[in-house]
Design a protein around this ligand. Structure first.
Ligand SMILES: Nc1ncnc2c1ncn2[C@@H]1O[C@H](COP(=O)(O)OP(=O)(O)OP(=O)(O)O)[C@@H](O)[C@H]1O
Length: 312
């Protein structure tokens, strides 16, 4: 388990992380979301033991991060923001160095090195200096060092930053494969990533936790939750017909793609009624979709609401 207890970090008078408490159990992939400067990296650095908290405590797999730093580092893999240090080293030398620091020996050492090199597809760049690698490869070298000792807990700061769509997909698959028995915390700006890899999400802003829920629970807070969207060439008539359905509260047309969205009255379901209407009136529809909710809208509402409160 990773546990933070009333964790705070202040830089002079500025509070970057403000009284954050949470527990993450094995099998959970926690997505840490928040606008720029929210305090995500600062929290992750404290969990990884790279930054001392101003107050509060952290334990990783039962070890106190500050008092048992060696045991914590054995139990934890950490991918910091940006590229690995030691840019003049090649990935081969860098990973070999990390293997030594981690105390890996003999056959096990070779197996772990082979495993991460293969998983992160590093073979082609093993002998090129890290500083000359593309951003995506630098990120993958960082990930390789984080998982090299096969730790029980992983803290990954923006693991897919700089990767192309194929690489993003592969790294998300890797995280999913590791998720079964590990404790994983990732920070991300990419909301679709939350769906693909996380089974829990914490939204923070100004160093405070504003939401802690599953991605589905967050989506259920969206005004699009249970709304029905469709695309048709017959926009005006369809809009009018939809607004006459008894359980429809409002109908909106996206000014950009002319997609029509019907919103249900609270607690009502409208998908069946909309489908029947489309069939009965022979409306030419190219897409008809029941919306689960939009995380981007929930994220904006939660974080901007907090900003407005802070300004008031
Ligand atoms: N060493 C430092 N001295 C003073 N302020 C700092 C220091 N490190 C971070 N901060 C401030 O603390 C706040 C939180 O920073 P942090 O990097 O944790 O945010 P973040 O959520 O990771 O942002 P991003 O999404 O942009 O990476 C920011 O306002 C940042 O400017």
């Amino acid at each position: 388990m990773i546990e933070t207890r009333q964790l705070s970090k202040r830089y002079g008078a500025f509070t970057a992380v403000d009284n954050i408490s949470f527990k993450v159990e094995p099998g959970q992939v926690l997505g840490f979301l928040g606008p720029n400067g929210a305090g995500k990296s600062t929290t992750m650095k404290m969990i990884a033991g790279f930054l001392a908290p101003t107050s509060g405590g952290i334990s990783v797999c039962g070890f106190d991060v500050q008092k048992q730093s060696i045991q914590t580092k054995q139990a934890l893999g950490y991918l910091p923001e940006g590229a690995p240090s030691y840019g003049e080293m090649t990935p081969r030398k860098f990973l070999s160095f990390i293997a030594d620091v981690r105390g890996l020996k003999g056959k096990h050492r070779e197996q772990r090195l082979d495993d991460v090199i293969e998983r992160l597809h590093l073979n082609a760049v093993l002998d090129q200096s890290i500083e000359t690698l593309s951003k995506g490869f630098k990120r993958r070298v960082g990930l390789a060092q984080a998982i090299l000792h096969d730790p029980q807990a992983l803290v990954l700061d923006e693991p897919t930053d700089g990767l192309d769509p194929n690489q993003k997909h592969e790294v998300r698959a890797l995280i999913n494969a590791m998720a079964r028995d590990k404790i994983i915390i990732i920070s991300t700006h990419i909301l679709e990533e939350v769906h693909e890899v996380c089974n829990r999400a914490i939204i923070i802003a100004h160093g405070k936790v504003l939401a802690d829920a599953t991605p589905s629970e967050l989506e259920a807070r969206s005004r699009y939750h249970q709304a029905v969207s469709l695309t048709t060439s017959n926009v005006t008539a369809t809009r009018e017909a939809l607004s006459r359905i008894a359980d429809v509260e409002a109908v909106e047309v996206d000014p950009q793609d002319h997609r029509i969205t019907a919103f249900p009255k609270p607690g009502r379901q409208i998908f069946a009624a909309v489908s029947e209407l489309v069939k009965a009136q022979g409306i030419p529809v190219s897409e008809l979709q029941l919306e689960s909710g939009r995380l981007d809208e929930v994220f904006r509402t939660i974080t901007q609401g907090e900003q407005q409160e802070a300004a008031a």
